[in-house]
Each structure stands twice: as C-alpha cells, then as structure tokens.
Ligand binder design. Structure first.
Ligand code: NAD
Length: 354
C-alpha cells in the first residue's frame, strides 16, 4: 500500500505513526481535515490482521469524522486513532500514559476520545498526560458516556425518516428491528419502547439480550435472521457494512436508521440500491452525531442541556436531506455528504482570505 497515494486520494492532512518498545504501544493517528477546528475522533484498540488494515481503518474513520462534525454544524475537524493490539501490548497505566504523550505532542490539533476497545479508565490515564481528551467522566469535568446522546440523535433521525415516509413521525406500533443492543442500542430501545414501537432485537452477546429482555417486551431473533424479519424500520446498531449485496435483497423495511458507522458497504452502490428498492436511508454520520456533539460541548464547557439542544437539530437536518434526496437523482448519503463537504469548502475559503 502506498500511504501517500492513499492520503492524496482521501485528502488527509497528516498521519502520525507512533511506537514505544517498553510498553508495546504501536499505533496511528490520522488527521483528515482540520478546517473547521481541531480534529476530534476516538481511539480504537483492535487486533488488526495487518498494518495495512490498520492504516485503511484509521484513514476511513477519520474521514468520516470530518463529515460528521461538519454536517452537525460543530467546530471540529475529523481525526481518529488506532492502536494495534499485539502480544507485547501491556495495556497498563504506563502504556496509556505513553499514548497520552503522543496525543499531546500534536499540540491540540487532534483531540481523542473513547472508541471500540477503550474505556473510562483509558480516558483517565491519558488525561494525566494531555488535556486534548473528550468524553471524560463527570468526576473529571467531562460529559460522560456519549451513548445516551447518540441514541437520542438516532431516535430523532428515525422519526424524521418516518415523517418523510408517511407524513407523521409517530413510531407507535411500528415494527423496529434493532441489530446490536450494546450501549447505543439499549438507550435507543428505551426511546422506542416509550413510544410504543414493536421491537425485535438480536445480539451476539447473551448478557446484553438478557438485560434488554428484562426491561422491555421485545422479540429476540438470531443475528442471521434479523435481515429477514417483518419490520418497518431496520436499525443497525452493531458493526458497519451491514447494508450490502447479501443483505439488501432480504430487507423488507421502509426505513434504515441506526447508530452504526459506515452502514453502507459501498456508499454509492448500496445507497443507490436501497433507494431503488424504495427504502429511505437516514445517513448514519448525520443521525449518529449526538456523541461527537456531546464531546464538542465538552471542549467548550460541558452543559448537558446544550448538548441535547444541539442534538435536537438532527431531526430537521435529516428531514431536509431526505426531502432533497426524494426529488433528486442522488441518494440520501450523497446529499448529506455534499452538505458536509460544502461547509468545509466554504470555511476553507474564508480562512484563505485572512
Ligand atoms: P457496543 O459495543 O456497546 O454495542 C455493539 C453491540 O453490537 C454489542 O452488544 C455487540 O455484542 C453487538 N454485536 C456485534 N456484532 C454483532 C452482530 N454481528 N450481530 C448482532 N449484534 C452484534 O457499541 P455502541 O457504543 O453501542 O456502538 C454501536 C455502533 O454505533 C458502533 O458501530 C459504533 O461505532 C456506533 N457509534 C457509537 C457511538 C457512541 O456514542 N457509542 C457514536 C457514534 C457511532
């Protein structure tokens, strides 16, 4: 893989590779675009099959963060970090504090947060070495777990999609299949149950299934069967790329709206395919932005009400995107991407005139 070619193609500004022999820390920080502000994005700890996979992941995820922050109207750029889990990785205090120092070396151009494989303990350790961290727990002056805010935004995006479909945004009696009932999935189900939706769930983690079943009346299906269930709305809240060549023919829903990042395996191809099937797709990076909005509010002085008020805008924004997509050749993902790119371009121009 030619890294510079890839950076040129995806328009990345900067990549930092870091290594520490003592602790086994190895990773990459990618800054995609910092036009709108410091590049914020979580740190993912993952066992990558190859270095190339790790580079591809960090490039893809950091690019997604630029567009997510842009379309949400917040003043952040897009960045992401991946740490390559390996047999020498100690994952202890020294390991994470060393990582904090690498983040600090970027002088605030990159702000980190939690992601898959990292947790509050990680945030605490790196906070000792750098102030460029968001998603801190309440006792460190942060906004805490962003998942409830993410779930709230997804819920609003889903309601906007329902409004676009039927003229009425009520989810009462709607059959909704939630794939993945982890942090966001569970908070989303709280909203859906309160509104009287008929919920079907699946997960590969039995404990999470038990937790939801103990709290709400839900139907449980196996992860393989979720795509074919009788549903009005499919809510992917597990991993990315679940909307693909294999699954689309099974989907009988009218709406796809969920929390997972990068739901469309191939943006253009699968965005067009779902549109052609008459399914309304609420763009993932638009409706799952509540978490990054929460982190942004933390960087300017955390206030829970402000975080929720900023997330409220997801409803109108989603509706506007879906309306435009319904009257144009473009699919909803393309419409949302264009809005996000235009803001970055416009602000980039004002910067150049300084
Ligand atoms: P999580 O790890 O807490 O939950 C994911 C759940 O999906 C887990 O319960 C897991 O067991 C389940 N799962 C994994 N593979 C599955 C499969 N094949 N079938 C069914 N279930 C499966 O993660 P989360 O924080 O709830 O995030 C969910 C998704 O939303 C992720 O894609 C994440 O990147 C995205 N997201 C999260 C946030 C946030 O604030 N947490 C913000 C934006 C986007």
């Amino acid at each position: 893989m030619n890294v510079f070619e890839k950076m040129e193609e995806m328009e990345h500004e900067q990549i930092m590779f870091f290594n520490d022999n003592e602790t086994g820390l190895k990773g990459i920080i990618a800054i995609h675009n910092s036009t709108l502000g410091p590049a914020l994005g979580g740190t993912r700890l993952w066992k990558y099959a190859s270095e190339e996979d790790a580079i591809k992941d960090v490039l893809r995820l950091s690019r997604g963060m630029s567009f997510k922050s842009s379309i949400s109207g917040i003043h952040l750029g897009g960045g992401k970090a991946v740490i390559i889990d390996n047999p020498k990785a100690k994952k202890d205090e020294a390991f994470w504090r060393r990582y904090g120092k690498f983040v600090d070396n970027l002088g605030g151009k990159y702000i980190t947060a939690e992601d898959v494989g990292t947790n509050t303990q990680f945030i605490e350790y790196i906070s000792l070495e750098t102030k460029h961290v968001a998603g801190k727990p309440d006792y460190l002056g942060g906004g805490g777990d962003p998942s409830p805010v993410t779930a709230y935004g997804v819920y609003l995006g889903m309601k906007a999609a329902q409004k676009q479909r039927s003229g009425n945004d009520s989810l009462q009696g709607k059959k909704i299949a939630v794939q993945g009932v982890g942090h966001v999935g569970q908070y989303l189900i709280d909203h859906l149950a309160k509104e009287g939706a008929k919920i079907t769930i699946c997960d590969i983690n039995e404990n999470n299934i038990k937790q939801v079943s103990a709290k709400h009346r839900v139907e449980v299906v196996s992860p393989e069967d979720i795509y074919g269930v009788d549903m009005d709305i499919y809510a992917p809240c597990a991993l990315g790329a679940s909307v693909n060549d294999t699954t689309i023919p099974h989907l009988k829903c009218g709406i796809i709206a969920g929390a997972a990042n990068n739901q469309l395996a191939e943006e253009k191809k699968h965005g067009d395919l779902v549109k052609a099937k008459g399914i309304i797709y609420a763009p993932d990076f638009l409706i799952n932005a509540g978490g990054v909005i929460n982190c942004y509010i933390e960087t300017v002085g955390y206030n829970r009400d402000r975080a929720y008020a900023a997330t409220d805008k997801i409803y109108e924004q989603t509706l506007a995107v879906l309306q435009e997509a319904s009257t144009s050749e473009k699919n909803s993902q393309e419409v949302a991407l264009e809005i996000a790119m235009k803001r970055i371009e416009d602000i980039g121009k004002t910067r150049r005139t300084r």
